[in-house]
Design a protein around this ligand. Structure first.
Ligand code: CP
Ligand code: NVA
Length: 315
């Protein structure tokens, strides 16, 4: 039984297969004859808001021949305290797969363990694996293999997006620079987990600048952006962190992708944002609009990459 619970647990060879097949799914959209989800019903269980992930999974499952049930936690008994493991054992007898967006990573893992059906992490507080796979697909579509390239993440370096990028960098062998104030940098635990997942030492020392040559964490965003192939950002206030909005906006102000920062990156650097975007905060309006083609290709590619993920899960 295959699951996509995190990039931490996804083997490099599986990542490479998903990325390669995404190219085919995109090229052959509306023409591919295979319907790997024919006769299947997949549940989308979402406990947080979503535009891109929900729509791309609903459309993708249908295009692969399957049917979709969209369930919010409030509509089902989970919202009234029914344990995940009971919900999983009930749904597992009826559905063929599940796509889950929630807070705790352990909830997705518990669902996978008890349901007995392929389970996808559609964003937790720890990781957003489908997004990063789609983003790498987008990068490679435009610039070729990501191996040995430099990806710079700017903003809240401790949220789900940079964590998934860390596992991707370690496994696919590109350089990841995370530029964030010290309090918003990934914890030591994440570095230890990257080391464990890849068998390569990952963190040399503490402080505001840490590096193992492949993953660099710094509070110096100009240094991090210099010579980058990709500048990437995400919201400063992730879902579930709304109560900290004021202090986050204060601490992260300045960690913005704007014209001055873009000038430091390689001349053909891509600028990406997983969306939704808050102009004037993590990215300025001009830079966002100047790179809208890439950013909305990135959003579209969620569909193609996730069809590849779904097809891999049931193969
Ligand atoms: N990027 C992303 O996951 O968007 P949604 O929250 O709209 O699904
Ligand atoms: N870090 C963001 C990603 C949104 C797609 C969040 O968790 O809200």
């Amino acid at each position: 039984m295959k699951h996509l619970l995190s990039l931490e647990k996804l083997a490099r060879s599986d990542m490479e297969r998903i990325l390669a097949d995404a190219v085919v799914f995109k090229k052959e959209r509306n023409r591919h004859g295979k319907l790997p989800l024919a006769g299947q019903t997949w549940a989308l269980i979402f406990n947080k808001s979503s535009t891109r992930t929900r729509v791309s999974f609903e459309v993708g499952i249908r295009e692969l021949g399957g049917q979709v049930l969209f369930l919010t936690a409030n509509d089902i008994q989970i919202g009234r305290g029914e344990p995940i493991k009971d919900t999983a054992r009930v749904l597992g007898r009826m559905i063929h797969g599940a796509v889950i967006r929630t807070y705790a990573q352990r909830d997705v893992e518990e669902f996978a363990q008890y349901s007995g059906v392929p389970t996808v992490n559609a964003l937790t507080d720890d990781e957003h694996p489908c997004q990063v796979l789609s983003d790498i697909f987008t990068f490679q579509e435009k610039r070729g293999p990501i191996q040995s390239k430099v990806v710079t993440f700017i903003g809240d370096g401790a949220c789900n997006m940079p964590i998934s990028w860390m596992f991707a960098a370690a496994k696919l062998e590109f350089e990841l620079r995370i530029a964030a104030p010290e309090h918003y940098q990934p914890s030591r635990e994440w570095f230890d987990r990257v080391t464990k997942a890849t068998d390569r030492p990952c963190l040399l020392e503490g402080g505001s600048h840490r590096s193992n040559g492949r993953i660099v964490v710094t509070d110096d965003l100009r240094k991090a952006a210099t010579g980058a192939d990709l500048l990437y950002t995400d919201v400063w206030v992730s879902m579930g962190k709304e109560a900290e909005a004021a202090e986050r906006i204060k601490a992260l102000s300045g960690y913005q992708i704007n014209r001055a920062l873009v000038k430091l990156a390689k001349p053909n650097a891509l600028i990406m944002h997983c969306l939704p975007a808050y102009r004037g905060k993590e990215i300025d309006e001009d830079t966002f609009e100047a790179n809208a083609q890439t950013i909305f290709d990135q959003a579209e590619n969620r569909l193609h990459a996730q069809k590849s993920i779904l097809s891999w899960l049931v193969s």
